[in-house]
Design a protein around this ligand. Sequence first.
Ligand SMILES: [Cu+2]
Length: 154
Amino acid sequence: MRTKYVGIIIVGLLVVVGGYFLLRGGYQAPASAPDPTSAPTVAPKETEKQTETSPPTQAPVTGAAEISVNGTEFSFSPASLNVKAGERVKITFRNKGRAPHNLVIEGLEVGTKTIGGGQADVVEFTAPSLGTYTFFCSVPGHRASGMKGSLKVQ
Ligand SMILES: [Cu+2]
């Protein structure tokens, strides 16, 4: 008599836990959900696993634009970039040439390190108010040789 009630309670718990996973995790969780014949102690572990999968939802940062720019003797590609005002911008600059180069944005006080051929550096900043800014390579002579581009903030 008593064991029968305990059995009913366990089955009831499994139904509640199973329903919880169904609602939270779609159809993946029920596949590993315990079947009524297995030990009910499996259930709490499943709950912990479920919470582990939650943090990635925080990962996407809103408004971050990632741009790749290549530099060589003596140009940038692409030479014109477009970003939105107030947006967080991350530029990955790759030196595809042989001479050392960098990418500096005039008026924003931001730029990469001067890097050798084959290397890369990242510069991150928040796009300012509307306008067109010039970016260039600050290695002497390079800007004059054509190593420049424009960053348009829209
Ligand atoms: Cu350069």
